[in-house]
Design a binder for this molecule. Sequence first.
Ligand code: ADP
Length: 590
Amino acid sequence: MQGRIVKVSGPLVIAEGMQDAKMYDVVRVSDKKLIGEIIELRGDKASIQVYEETAGIGPGEPVVTTGYPLSVELAPGLIESIFDGIQRPLNVIRDQVGDRIARGIDVPALDHDKKWDFVPTVNEGDFVTTGDIIGTVQETSIIEHRIMIPQGVEGTIEWIHKGEATIVDPIAKVKKKSGEAVDVCMLQRTPVRIGRRYKEKLPPNVPMLTGQRVIDTFFPVAKGGVAAVPGPFGSGKTVVQHQLAKWADADLIVYVGCGERGNEMTDVLMEFPQLKDPKSGEPLMKRTVLIANTSDMPVAAREASIYTGITIAEYFRDMGYKVAIMADSTSRWAEALREMSGRLEEMPGEEGYPAYLSSRLAEFYERAGRVMCLGQENREGAISAIGAVSPPGGDLSEPVTQATLRIVKVFWGLDAQLAYRRHFPAINWLVSYSLYVDRLGEWMEEHVAGDWDDMRIEAMSILQTESELEEIVRLVGVDALSLKDRLTLETARSIREDYLHQNAFHDVDTYTSMKKQYKMLKLILEFHHAANRTLEAGAEFSEIINLPVRERIGRAKYIPEDRIAEIDAIMDEMNEQMEALVPEGGIRYA
Ligand code: ADP
């Protein structure tokens, strides 16, 4: 079936004679065969979002529908790849045709000729159903790719392959109940705009630990959770994302980059491949899929990119992996949505964004979650989604940030002021929040310590009191405060500097286990309690705050994970020094 172009407006093409096409069908536009997707159908007229440069294309040229929705190829070969928003392999294309993608180029997303070593995990005669793993391929030194029975296939294994195969070679024959036998290969094609199926969603009550103290302690994200991080320039957004990619408790990273200026994305393309995976010592790319949109790529591809990314994430989730997807930045993505909407001449909403901005964002974030995967085996997988927003001028009241905040459950408020004072990570503890914190309490109690939640609440309340006291100090000076209040200020400073401040570039400080976080926080809070008691017993304020042990408390963060018992020794030393301050005849405490 063939239609004709009637109008071209940048990335939007209107074609007539399209009555047989379906919404969201992928079409080939003009003789140049540009890739497009139908985003609106009225009568025989289709509005087509074109993923390639449309310059030089004009009315009268043909439009052919493929009959298929926008889909991705899923099979070994995904990891370490760099794709554009519609899964064209940028690294392969670059090798073939140079820096700029030639229009209408037909390169499969994955290498169809490469041979992989397929290791079967089922036997002939076994019953299999959608989602069952029938074999594995060691895709990279870190990730084992698990080959699953595709949608709609169920029956007994009549034949299973062992050894080398390409992703399009048959690797199994499944005999259905009807008697019909179907060939299964490693390659699956999945539409990107609807989520892949799973058995059931599980509650977000397990944390995705990151080793970053301010996050794990105060604003934790659940496995399968959704978080947003705004990134004013220079506030440390890139470092936070790199830290998460390296240290978060996730098996795989899908990073979707939408850059404004061309060089922003080039940075990511250059930097990411250089990151090292601290857990394996291998390049982080060995468990990463990168999706990149530079500013010189058409906006439409940017719109599709987050769906392409999350579909790939879902595929690995279905294998039973914990995946973290990062979208940076969703503001750039929303701008693409706005541009397409403008060209469609839709009624603009706030600041020109379409009214469906929120629902589109929700469609992305809703696909995160911890789930029970399809298949006979009980297998759990998870996608945690972290979206960066880049509000112009840091103004959080703008529509994209507001729409995001209505959806996500965690907000890490990066603060330019804190970054300026070189407090990193510059996550403002007074404005950030995590709605998971209560649900994760039980896990923390069980896996960290019974009094974890009480400690977290006390530490946060000390920080909040600090901000109130600072107001008083600003007005009337520090002398107006009681000694108790001044101790609170001292403790708050210690929480900020000795605990929350974490140097991403220090070998030890870059990551802190929950066990160590607990001991460090306990030490600071115990100092606070002991100091208060000692003060009440009549000791001098200045002597308390100048105790030699305080320096050791400040350096506890640099104690390596395998020697954290040393923190207990600091605690003992602290108690001894405190006790020595109690004057003769003063009240002693146990
Ligand atoms: P952005 O991406 O928001 O523009 P970056 O992530 O590049 O900002 O951070 C800017 C600079 O801040 C970094 O080069 C680094 O020197 C410093 N920085 C940010 N986060 C940390 C951190 N956790 N530890 C140490 N330095 C940091």
